[in-house]
Design a protein around this ligand. Sequence first.
Ligand code: XMP
Length: 541
Amino acid sequence: MKKILILDFGSQTTALIGRRVREFGAYTEIIPGDTPLTDAILADARGVILSGSPESVYADGAAVDKRVYECGLPLMGICYGLHRMIVDLGGLVEPLPRREYGGGEVMVENGKNTACFLNGFNPKIPLTDIINNAPRLSNLTFQSSSLVAWFSHGDTITRLAPGFQQIGVSAAGFPAVVAHEEKPWFGVQFHPETSHCQRGNEILAAFVFSVCNVSRDWTMEYYVEEVRANLSRRIGAHPVLLLISGGVDSSVAGALLLKTLPAKQVYFMYVDTGLMRKDETASVKKALERLGAEHLHIVYAEDEFLAALKGKEDPEAKRKTIGDLFITVQEREVAKLGLPDAYFLVQGTLYTDLIESGKGVGKKAHVIKSHHNVGSPLVDAKRKAGRVIEPLDRLYKDEVRKLGRLLGVEEEVVRRHPFPGPGLAIRILGEVTKEKCDILREADAIFIRELKRRGFYDEIWQAFAVLLPVRSVGVAGDIRKYGYVLALRAITSSDGMTADVFPFPPKDLLEISTLITNAESEIGRVVYDVSSKPPATIEWE
Ligand code: XMP
């Protein structure tokens, strides 16, 4: 399939560039920015986007394979990606006196050889026309235009590389849009992939469709066909094991296996750590049985996990304890299944998991938290043996949901908010006990039930309750009470990399607070978390 290649230099918004291009219906792959550009990698590429980065071009770092400038493909540099191109091709980039962050006006004028790219800046051309590559596009003239773009940079171009011209300038007078006079090479100083950038989608789409001439053949039906054929070919008659977490991803991976292979060949294992949401284990069981699962191995390990967590208060120590024990339980229980050595291990890894763990892309992205579910001796050994299959690893979360629906996974499962591997343990600040798990589980269930009942659930990317390690004074029926403080969190996001606070209608928030404190006598006070990501993360620990 024809694709747009994205070279990732570690920006938090690289995944977003990929998402945008996919949403247009074009296929794209993100690879680390310093990947050697072999013939195989370039084979189906029709254009290359060079992403942003937290680094500066003059800081030490991995260089891009210079073949990118020799392969004849259209290029588009975004922020650092633009600096990379300009410096590699003989220009100069220097630090700004002050970092520029946020919205800022850009003035764009016509330049030589830029007609296709300028479609994106032309307010007369709607996105749909660009995506559908309407033939009339090239007949429209473009004189000049201005838009409010989204900047996040500490460096600027101070001298263009030979052959480049400036076609857009920022309000501060710095080059904001540049293009090569003869080659299809473009660059923007701002981030068109962010939702705050005016005509950002049009700018990306103009590059993808008008410049690179990529077709819109990225559909879920196509993906399913391709993935099922690959799964059947690779797995053959060998057994496969899928570790189910209860979340959307592993459930959809399970559905994909059951739709592709005979049910007797597919083994599911699920570990109930006692740190799950209310009724989670029962609902996982029901959903898989409905999809036709025959071998479902549920491990009840609550006591083991709570014992291991006893006395642990530090977030990373808790994550590590859970991660290590998970591996022990997993090894022990998988051994009990008595599968032959040649079995395949299937994981519900998503594209964004690879990005967040720094495994596949974004080597330069800064690691914020350790994700316990990345890598274990079992997975590593299987990977070494070439027997790990990750059939969702090219998909984003919303694409997985789409796929789940296509495969007939229950709506209840498909629309479920993400849930972290360490579960409630990282939502109980401080030491984790059974009593606290039970209180939090009930409160969280009330919160989620109310979000669904009030029609907010699908507007929110992730919502949950957090039990704080403080108690506060209250009064109930004339009696002084010393209850827990519970924080509610509800955020909107497109992939969990950044998040905004859900603007809760106060009336609903107040009613939900009352419902929780009425039902849970241990909780004396409810607060709402109003922090976005960044600077906060989504989870509290
Ligand atoms: P943060 O808290 O890093 O969360 O902003 C981003 C997204 O990742 C989820 N998360 C995890 N998921 N294992 C997971 O599978 C983990 O250890 C983990 N930690 C955070 C979090 O719920 C949010 O969706």
